[in-house]
Write a protein that binds this ligand. Structure first.
Ligand code: SF4
Ligand code: SF4
Length: 153
C-alpha cells in the first residue's frame, strides 16, 4: 500500500509539472474551496490524506464534504472545506486531483468562479477524458480499489 501511495505522490508531482505551462498564478483568494458545489475525491486520495493527517474528525468532515452532492453540510459555514484555513489549504501537498486541476481546466469553459484569475485563460474541456493525465489517475484508483476489494467506479 505504501508503494501505491508513493506512486500517487509521484503522479501529483508530474501532474503539477504538466500544468506549469500556465502563465498565471493562482490569486489565492480561497473561494474555490468555499464555493465548490462538488469535489470528487477518490478512495486512494483519501487514504493518502489519512496517512498524513492525525485528525480523525477532520478526515470525517472532509469525507462528508467531498461526498456531498451539494456541498452544504456545516449549517452556517456551508460548503467550506474543513482543510481550509483562511484562504489557504493546510494539506496543500496532499490535495486531491480535482483541487489541482481547478482553474487550469474549466468545464465547458464556463464553470470557474467569477473572481478566479484563471477565468477566461483556462483550458475548456467537455469530457472527463480530456482532463490531464486522467488515465494515470484511473490506473492508481483501480489498483487501490482492487487491492482493497472495493467496487470499481
Ligand atoms: S483540500 Fe485544500 S485545495 Fe482542496 S478544497 Fe480543501 S482546502 Fe481547497
Ligand atoms: S478561485 Fe481561482 S484564484 Fe481563487 S484560489 Fe481558487 S484557483 Fe486560485
Amino acid at each position: 500500500m505504501n508503494a501505491l501511495l508513493g506512486d500517487l505522490m509521484s503522479f501529483y508531482a508530474r501532474l503539477d509539472e504538466f500544468m506549469r505551462d500556465s502563465d498565471r498564478d493562482c490569486g489565492i483568494c480561497g473561494e474555490c474551496c468555499q464555493k465548490l458545489y462538488q469535489l470528487r475525491v477518490y478512495p486512494v486520495e483519501l487514504e493518502n490524506i489519512r496517512r498524513h493527517v492525525a485528525d480523525d474528525l477532520a478526515i470525517k468532515k472532509f469525507q462528508n464534504f467531498a461526498n456531498s452532492p451539494v456541498v452544504k453540510i456545516w449549517g452556517d459555514i456551508s460548503g467550506q472545506c474543513p482543510f481550509q484555513d483562511g484562504a489557504l489549504c493546510v494539506i496543500y501537498p496532499l490535495r486531491p486531483y480535482h483541487c489541482r486541476v481547478y482553474g487550469h481546466y474549466d468545464y465547458q469553459g464556463r464553470s470557474l468562479l467569477e473572481r478566479c484569475v484563471y477565468r477566461g485563460y483556462a483550458i475548456a474541456y467537455y469530457h472527463r477524458e480530456e482532463l490531464p493525465l486522467i488515465d494515470e489517475l484511473d490506473h492508481l484508483v483501480e489498483s487501490y480499489e482492487s487491492k482493497n476489494n472495493l467496487p470499481v467506479g
